[in-house]
Design a binder for this molecule. Structure first.
Ligand SMILES: [Zn+2]
Length: 334
């Protein structure tokens, strides 16, 4: 059976509040002790092992240690999702990135006993410098690219709902990527970094159209029609099979938490649904996924690609002065 991978970006309550500009995030409110057991149960019922990309700051707080340890005790992998979870990580220079990544690694080792060797940037932020630092630190793969044309639309929605001043918006200018990201490949490749290489496993989008099909997006569709959302997901996986793409599917904490579990995040599109219904829908997608593919964690996926002859790609990130300026005025609420 064809290989596919599955991962979860363990964004915590505070990081959503911080990105959104909500007060109170500085106290680092956490839902990991509520959310992690729900996710683990859903995965265990389906005999799935995945990669949890952990935010270093959460791993540095004792209040989260039990939840984080339960992830590795259940046999899952852990990856590095940065220390501060700032979606403008692509603006960091070399030494700041070294510090950011090593702090996250150390905290994750302290919390879980495992040193991560895979990375996903917060908000899919990535730069050539990040790739070079990852290669130097011995990482085996990066999973920060999200080839879709819909990034600018997602950003427009976010700016419309977030409470941010002009300076904060400027820093978030590349959030969710640019239209150019849609041109990136869906199949794994290797970044060419002088003497070094870095394996890239993109978050998969629909072949040809590059429409997203990560689980949060599917949930958004299920709010209209769950049958249609499942049909769309089957179509996406069928397209992957047809075009020889080994998919890598992305989960988020809010795929397991409903508005009743986390009223603080009511501004998110799919928080109008209660937790139980949401977990049932997410379980349905995971059933479809594991029936169609042999599902493995990201590190296993990287192992299977280690000897493959993959295309090389030169880093193609826009320079700072090419970054589009975000809108300064939010669209009027209707
Ligand atoms: Zn994240």
């Amino acid at each position: 059976m064809n290989t596919a991978s599955l991962s979860l970006d363990l964004d915590n309550l505070w990081s959503y509040m911080k990105t959104h500009g909500d007060a109170g995030w500085e106290r680092y409110p956490s839902y990991l002790d509520r959310m992690v057991p729900l996710a683990l149960r859903c995965l265990e019922e389906r005999d799935l092992q995945i990669t949890f990309f952990i935010v270093g700051l959460d791993a540095s707080l004792a209040q989260n240690h039990q939840a984080l340890r339960s992830i590795v005790e259940a046999g899952h992998e852990v990856g590095n999702h940065s220390f501060h979870h700032e979606p403008w990580l692509h603006l960091y220079d070399d030494s700041r990135l070294e510090d950011e990544l090593s702090r996250a690694e150390n905290a994750i080792v302290t919390a879980t006993g495992v040193r991560p060797d895979g990375f996903r940037g917060p908000g899919f932020s990535l730069s050539e410098t990040t790739l070079r630092v990852l290669a130097r630190r011995g990482y085996r793969y990066d999973a920060s690219t999200f080839p879709t044309y819909l990034g600018p639309l997602a950003r427009a929605y976010y700016f419309w709902t977030a409470k941010l001043d002009a300076e904060e918006k400027k820093r978030r200018a590349k959030l969710f990527g640019s239209v150019k990201d849609g041109l990136r490949p869906l199949k794994p490749y290797r970044w060419e970094l002088g003497e070094r290489r870095m394996l890239e496993i993109p978050v998969t989008t629909m072949p040809v159209s590059k429409a997203p099909f990560h689980v949060s997006y599917l949930l958004f569709l299920s709010m209209r029609s769950h049958l249609a959302a499942c049909a769309y997901f089957r179509l996406a996986l069928g397209m992957c099979r047809l075009t020889g793409v080994q998919p890598s599917l992305l989960l988020h904490p809010l795929d397991f938490l409903g508005g009743d579990d986390c009223p603080e995040l009511a501004f998110f599109p799919a928080m109008g649904v209660d937790g139980e219904a949401k977990r049932r829908w997410t379980g349905d997608y995971l059933d479809i996924y594991r029936k169609a593919f042999h599902v493995v964690p990201m590190g296993k996926h990287a192992d299977l690609l280690a000897d493959a002859s993959l295309p090389l790609r030169k880093p193609d990130f826009p320079r700072e002065d090419e970054t589009a300026t975000p809108p300064t005025e939010p669209a009027p609420q209707t």
